[in-house]
Write a protein that binds this ligand. Structure first.
Ligand code: ZN
Length: 332
């Protein structure tokens, strides 16, 4: 198996204020963790290109893109309570959104079996009309929308500890994008309840797992095996995109879930089995403990490569099974 790794030093030029958890050092931590795992020549590193405005407009309203463009090159612009822009943020945001588009093109050409976009700012909280929650553009939604414009059916699995509200909003009434989110609840941004299932032609194509504090990897795997895999089989995805946030790790300072890097290896293995080789792209979202982020990003990379790399044992015995049971009882 081979994997394209999209990374770029210019992504570190997005600089929120000192002390902000979504800091440039996150990328170096993820890359160091991946190098330490020793995957060697199986990894092909590549720099992304900036997403063109027309692709951003596939998801975002023009007023959002225009407003962020007006902030390009300015320092210390505050977008919301915890979302900021610095002089390099607009370029970083366009590169982060462009990585997925480049990954699609490269995988279509048969260049690799999967791609991992190690990008920031993250994307999954950015809605069609609002940048929020550390996110400027919704990187994974821009990629998914581009695929659907080419007639593809896309499944997005979001295992970041926070609900992917922006991605959900972008595709809530869409039949051709299946959105699955596993996240802590209650937690920022407050959405992602069990009853949010999609609307109109998209009814049933949004699936939320609002997990309690302390949920462990065995529950996530049950959700994948007993609910998500059958749903994906019915849906018939051509591509699988992963919102790979690693802040559900038990050492993460922002959340209270109980996962380990071993769980990320097992979960990513399962998810890879749902889509053919050459049709899998992971996007870095959150993950705020630098050591845990490095181990977890490496575990995810290993699984995308078809190699088991699990620096920590899988976790089990935590709460959350009732959420999986509720989906099964509801026939999801
Ligand atoms: Zn998160």
């Amino acid at each position: 198996m081979s994997i394209l790794m999209f990374a770029d030093e210019r992504l570190a030029d997005h600089r929120p204020p000192e002390g902000h958890p979504e800091r440039p050092e996150r990328l170096a931590a993820a890359i160091d963790g991946i190098h330490a795992a020793g995957f060697g020549e199986a990894l092909t590193w590549r720099q992304p290109t900036e997403a063109p405005t027309e692709k951003l407009l596939g998801v975002h309203e023009s007023q959002l893109v225009t407003a962020l463009d007006e902030h390009a090159g300015l320092d210390r612009v505050q977008i919301d309570g915890d979302t900021f822009m610095s002089a390099g943020s607009m370029q970083a945001a366009r590169l982060a959104a462009g990585a997925g588009l480049d990954a699609i093109d490269a995988l279509r050409e048969g260049e690799a079996d999967s791609a991992f976009c190690l990008v920031r700012p993250p994307g999954h909280h950015a809605t069609p009309r609002t940048s929020m929650g550390f996110c400027l553009f919704n990187n994974i939604a821009v990629a998914a929308q581009s695929l659907t414009q080419q007639g593809e059916r896309v499944a997005i699995i979001d295992f970041d500890a926070h609900h992917g509200n922006g991605t959900q909003d972008a595709f809530f009434d869409r039949e051709d994008v299946l959105f699955v989110s596993l996240h802590e609840f209650p937690q920022y941004p407050g959405t992602g309840s069990f009853d949010e299932r999609g609307r109109g032609p998209g009814a049933g194509a949004t699936i939320n797992f609002p997990m309690p504090s302390g949920t462990t990897g065995d529950v996530y795997l049950r959700a994948l095996d007993q609910v998500i895999e059958p749903e994906l089989e019915m849906f018939g995805a051509d591509w699988i995109l992963i919102s790979a946030g690693f802040d559900a790790h038990r050492e993460d300072p922002l959340t209270n879930l109980g996962l380990t890097s071993g769980d990320y290896a097992a979960m990513t293995e399962r998810i890879c089995s749902y889509a053919p080789a050459g049709r899998r792209i992971a996007f870095l979202e959150g993950g705020y403990d630098l050591d845990a982020l490095g181990r977890s990003a490496a575990a995810c990379t290993g699984a995308l490569l078809g190699e088991r790399y699990a620096p920590e044992a899988q976790s089990n015995g935590g709460p959350g099974s009732h959420i999986v049971d509720a989906h099964i009882a509801a026939g999801h």
